[in-house]
Ligand binder design. Structure first.
Ligand SMILES: Cc1cc2nc3c(=O)[nH]c(=O)nc-3n(C[C@H](O)[C@H](O)[C@H](O)COP(=O)(O)O)c2cc1C
Length: 181
């Protein structure tokens, strides 16, 4: 088992939300659109557990949540430019908007961050004037999305060989195989 690479994956991912300017603070999230076209966007990585569950926050009216309700399989892309490290992750996404979850995470957000989840109209709606956005006072549409990976592909560009490893979750264990880069 290529344990050393899995340890590196965990270590770098966990630096994303905690270390200033770490490139894994952001990742590209792909969902499958209702028309079966891949939909991509940048989100902020908020938490990574030791068993590699990844969390981000969003507005539950957003398109990505519509997609996840139809198909919970998502793909993630992360790139670390100085380490020349790319991670491709496939996993299942679940969203949480129960009161306990919301209270725990909502209260930790600053006012500006909270505002993002309180537009009176849904994200992606047409708008006549971008400077005239209306916000809700009492209500919010905050939710948390957790991604449980089942496949991770590690690619490190290095000399004399690039290293490419595919990790697949089998039961509770990760199995690995080296691939031609
Ligand atoms: C730097 C950056 C960080 C972002 N972080 C988030 C985020 O954490 N959550 C989120 O829902 N959208 C975030 N966005 C906006 C998304 O990229 C996207 O435009 C928005 O969520 C609408 O996506 P959707 O219509 O596909 O659901 C971020 C955008 C940028 C440029």
């Amino acid at each position: 088992m290529a344990t050393v690479y899995l340890d590196e994956i965990r270590e770098e991912l966990q630096k994303g939300p905690t270390e200033k300017d770490h490139p894994f603070r952001f990742f590209t999230l792909a969902t499958v659109g209702l028309d079966q076209v891949a939909r991509l966007r940048t989100v902020v990585l908020r938490d990574v557990t030791d068993n590699l569950k990844l969390t981000f926050y969003t507005d539950k009216r957003s398109k990505k949540i519509t997609h996840i309700k139809e198909n919970k399989r998502v793909s993630l892309l992360l790139y670390h430019p100085t380490r020349l490290l790319q991670l491709k992750i496939e996993g299942t996404a679940t969203y949480k908007d129960d009161n306990a979850t919301k209270e725990e995470y909502w209260n930790k957000l600053d006012i500006m961050a909270k505002k993002q989840y309180t537009t009176s109209r849904s994200p992606g709606s047409n708008l006549i004037d971008p400077h005239n956005l209306e916000y809700l006072d009492e209500e919010n549409h905050f939710c948390l999305v957790e991604i449980t990976p089942y496949k991770i592909e590690y690619l490190k560009l290095s000399q004399p060989h690039h290293i490419r490893v595919r990790f697949s979750k089998v039961g509770t264990q990760w199995e690995s195989e080296y691939l031609v880069p």
